[in-house]
Structure formats: structure tokens, C-alpha cells
Design a protein around this ligand. Structure first.
Ligand SMILES: Nc1ncnc2c1ncn2[C@@H]1O[C@H](COP(=O)(O)OP(=O)(O)OP(=O)(O)O)[C@@H](O)[C@H]1O
Length: 335
């Protein structure tokens, strides 16, 4: 651990071992660097017993958390039913989908998470949103340990991380119009009902859709329009972090480019923090300022797109790059 900088002596925080309820003066953790696998306690060097005294969902003060989202030693094991020789081998067999991932997403980052199918990207995304519980490890959002929270205590934090799925059509309730879908999100975000129509129209404009489309049901929209509506609905919640799981892979190439340009505009205009999950290294190269490469449940390499995609250090990343078809994507990565 690095020694604290020398300087004028600071007063100790008013409640040692307890955090103030909320607010800008909330003490932060030193999580700039990715957490080491299984690191405990989260505040390195915290006094023995500090973890036990921590109120649920709150972290001890004393340092500075710069990461909006910090994953510390995340492991996810699924217990699968064993169909072959269950009496002999046992009924359950564990499957390790995520294996000790530590990762920090800073405010304003657009982090590209790449890796081959089945390496654990979506599972990790669901854990970021607490749609799945990790088997081990911590999810810390803006200094709050989400893994310690349940039910009503978790809800307000969960809204701060929104997800856009590959298949927007399936994630939009077919019985509800765009106005209802976006309006519900605005209601959850606490916007008074009288302001819903104007805000929904504004959000639709932000994602490049005509506000008139709010009157339509999802099946009356094209694939690209559905994806934009899903993004508008996610933005309606006023998220701090948007997790996009293969948001363009179901679209044709021209629509992919349009959605990518939209995401780049949102990144630049709103300063959105995003985790962009994709197989497509060229898309990641264009959109992201950081890239993490995942293989068999682990992050094997992370850095800037220039470092990871142009000067890969890990064999797996080299193989991933070599698998990109010549001409199309490779040229786009090289530019
Ligand atoms: N609910 C589940 N129960 C059991 N195993 C699961 C479950 N969800 C995912 N898995 C397994 O965990 C591993 C990681 O899956 P995950 O969906 O996270 O991969 P991925 O990298 O997102 O793949 P893709 O790019 O194809 O979407 C896979 O082997 C998958 O079969």
C-alpha cells in the first residue's frame, strides 16, 4: 500500500467506523486500482474488525474512491443438475462462470468488455446490476457495497445502473406503448407525472427518434427503433452507469453504425459512463477508452484500446484479434 501523502494534518472523520447517511462529503475508498482477487477488507489496511463494525451497505471512510463501480474478487458458480450418474458423482456439479474478477469503472469511462462466447461477460454484467448475486466478491457502486444490500435497501442503487440488452424487442413489454414504457421509468426515477410527456419526447429526440413513436407498441417499431427506445427507457432512469450487452449484434451493419454513433454522441454530450459488451473488437475500439479482455471467466488483459488491441500482451487477446476477419474489421481497428 502506498504511504499517504505528507501534508497538513487532517481532522479525523466525525464518525470513525460509521459513515454519514449520504451526501457529497461521503468518505470514499481508495479503489482507483483494480481490486486484487479476494481482497479483504475493501479498504486495504483497515484496522482488524473494521469489516465487522461496518453498517450494511456502507463502507468505512478514510480514503478516496474514484471508481464509480468497483468489482472486487467476483466469482460466480452455477450449480448445475447432473444428469449422468447423479448417484455416483453427486446430483449437483458446479460451473464456474466468473472466476475472481476485479475491475474498476471510473466516471466517464466507456469500458469495452470483450471475449468469446461463454466466457462470462453477460454473467458479469448481471452481477454489476445485481440481477445475479455473486458467489463471492463485492460490487461497490459509488462507495456503497451493493452486495450487502437486499430488497428495498438495494432498489434505489439498482436504478443507478441500467442495462440495454442485445434483443431490445424481448426486453420491452409488448403490451405497453413507448409512452408507458418510458413513463414508468420516469416515474421510478421520481419525475412528477405532469412532466412525463415532455421528458419522454425529449428523451426520444436524444436517441434520434420522432416523439410520435411513443404512441406505438414495440411490435410496431423496427429493430433499430426498438433498440433506441430501450436506450431512451434506460436513460429515463437517470443512470450513473449504462451496461450495454451486445446492443448492436442483432442489427444489420448500417443500423449498427447508427446506434454506435448514437452511443458516441451520448457519451460526448451526457458524459455517460458505460460498459459496452461486445464480440466486435472494431466497435470497442471506436467507442471505448478502456478495454478488458475476458477468457474463461477471468480478465486476462485490460488497458487502453491502443495498448490492448494494437499491442496485446496476452496470447488469448492475440488469438481473438487473429480471429477477426481480414479486410473488414482489421482495417477498422487499424484506423
Ligand atoms: N443461469 C445459468 N445457469 C447455469 N449456467 C449458466 C447460466 N448462465 C450462464 N451460464 C454459463 O456460464 C457461462 C458464461 O455465460 P455468459 O452468458 O456469461 O457468457 P457470455 O460471455 O456472455 O457469452 P455470449 O457472448 O455468448 O453471450 C457459460 O458457460 C454459460 O453456459
Amino acid at each position: 500500500m502506498r504511504a499517504p501523502p505528507r501534508g497538513p494534518r487532517r481532522e479525523p472523520p466525525p464518525h470513525r467506523g460509521r459513515l454519514p447517511r449520504a451526501g457529497p462529503a461521503r468518505p470514499r475508498l481508495p479503489l482507483r486500482a483494480p481490486l486484487r482477487r479476494g481482497a479483504r477488507p475493501l479498504r486495504r489496511g483497515a484496522p482488524a474488525g473494521a469489516t465487522a463494525r461496518r453498517p450494511p451497505g456502507r463502507l468505512l471512510g478514510g480514503g478516496v474512491v474514484t471508481a464509480l463501480l468497483a468489482l472486487g474478487g467476483i466469482t460466480k458458480r452455477y450449480e448445475l443438475e447432473r444428469r449422468v450418474l447423479p448417484r455416483l458423482l453427486g446430483r449437483r456439479r458446479p460451473h464456474l462462470a466468473v472466476d475472481g474478477v476485479s475491475l474498476a469503472v471510473e466516471r466517464g469511462d466507456v469500458l469495452g468488455l470483450v471475449g468469446e462466447s461463454g466466457c462470462g461477460k453477460s454473467t458479469l454484467a448481471k452481477i454489476m446490476l445485481r440481477l445475479e448475486d455473486p458467489t463471492e466478491g463485492r460490487v461497490v457502486l459509488d462507495g456503497t457495497d451493493l452486495t450487502a444490500l437486499r430488497g428495498a435497501a438495494l432498489r434505489p442503487h439498482r436504478r443507478r445502473v441500467q442495462m440495454v440488452f442485445q434483443d431490445a424487442g424481448a426486453s420491452l413489454n409488448p403490451r405497453k406503448t413507448g409512452a408507458t414504457l418510458v413513463g414508468e421509468a420516469l416515474g421510478l426515477a421520481g419525475l412528477p407525472r405532469r412532466d412525463h410527456t415532455a421528458r419522454a419526447a425529449e428523451l426520444l429526440r436524444q436517441v434520434g427518434l420522432d416523439a410520435g413513436l411513443l404512441a406505438r407498441y414495440p411490435h410496431e417499431l423496427s429493430g433499430g427503433q426498438k433498440q433506441r427506445l430501450a436506450i431512451a427507457r434506460a436513460l429515463a432512469m437517470g443512470p450513473d452507469l449504462l451496461v450495454l450487452d451486445e446492443p448492436v449484434s442483432a442489427l444489420d451493419v448500417s443500423l449498427q453504425a447508427q446506434i454506435l454513433m448514437l452511443l458516441m454522441a451520448l457519451r460526448d454530450r451526457l458524459g455517460l459512463t458505460m460498459v459496452f459488451i461486445s464480440h466486435d473488437l472494431a466497435l470497442v475500439h471506436h467507442l471505448c477508452n478502456r478495454v478488458a479482455v475476458m477468457s474463461a471467466g477471468r480478465i486476462v488483459e485490460a488497458g487502453s484500446p491502443a495498448e490492448v488491441l494494437h499491442r496485446p500482451r496476452h496470447d488469448y487477446t492475440r488469438r481473438l484479434l487473429a480471429a477477426v476477419p481480414r479486410g473488414h474489421h482489421r482495417t477498422r481497428i487499424a484506423t
